[in-house]
Design a protein around this ligand. Sequence first.
Ligand code: UDP
Length: 326
Amino acid sequence: ARMHILVCGGAGYIGSHMARWLALRGTRVTVLDNLSTGHRAAVQWGELIEADLRDASALDRAFAAHRFDAVMHFCAKSLVAESVADPLAYYESNVGGTLSLLQAMRRHGVERLVFSSTAAVFGHPMTDRIDETHPLQPINPYGATKAMAERLLADAAAAHGLRSVALRYFNAAGASDDASIGESHHPETHLVPNVLRAALGTGPGLQVFGDDWPTPDGTCIRDYVHVDDLAQAHALALDYMDAHPGAHAFNLGNGAGFSVREVIAAAEAASGQAIPFSVQPRRAGDPAVLVAASDLARAALGWTPVHNALAPILESALRWHRAPTF
Ligand code: UDP
């Protein structure tokens, strides 16, 4: 029978790309989202259940109405600086929300979960490229909430047989090929959309948060990975769980780091526009460098990212930002 996946957070940036990816390949999708940061207009590939993860009765109604084969969980508050300023809201939403979802899955006998985790679980890297043996030592509340949620998954696997794969994204970027959906937060805090909106004259002036970091050009280095490559990894994670009980975690990046200045230069090349910027103080909670080693995801899941360079990532994002619909 056709698979039916519950995509929690499917109105958000990565979740909506996941819903599209699954639906285009014949999987039935139901989205659950409280629309706190997601967009109704991004839900184009399945029914929307407008509900909060912490609403146990709403989850009971959703799980009773449908026989889900698995859950993909993208709901979270995900801004590092905001998590430093308002940590309790992050623990409530990210830990409380995940806990509530796991309890509902257990009540309804759904035993497979793909979970959105983050490079922020690692804190300051102890190696040039971060692999899965790196200790989890988050340096901000956002990363701490995701590390706690991973621990919930491990304990639930041991006690209740819940199968899960946590995927730690490095920096998700880019947009769907047809530019039907893309990255849009209000306010926007992410580098790639801010750089492109500055290039197109559709956003405020670009700010660079710190040029005195211990990196070659003084700006922070990140590993940018295309949102559709992340979607591919989630689909592979579902297959992986068939043969692998327990709780698993994989790091997802391209293994190449780019500084903020390099991203700006690449966006200038993609757009043909000069992008002026002002240098501002460092942003709270940011580490200097985050680059993934994703060899394990490639080997174990068979993950093969196809947009694995800065130019195609920026070009796809640029197509969305030229005519955003939300
Ligand atoms: N950044 C910046 N200007 C912006 C947005 C982000 O200089 O308008 C920097 C930020 O300090 C970080 C990097 O770009 O070093 C990536 O930030 P983003 O918020 O996109 O992702 P994060 O790494 O926080 O998940």
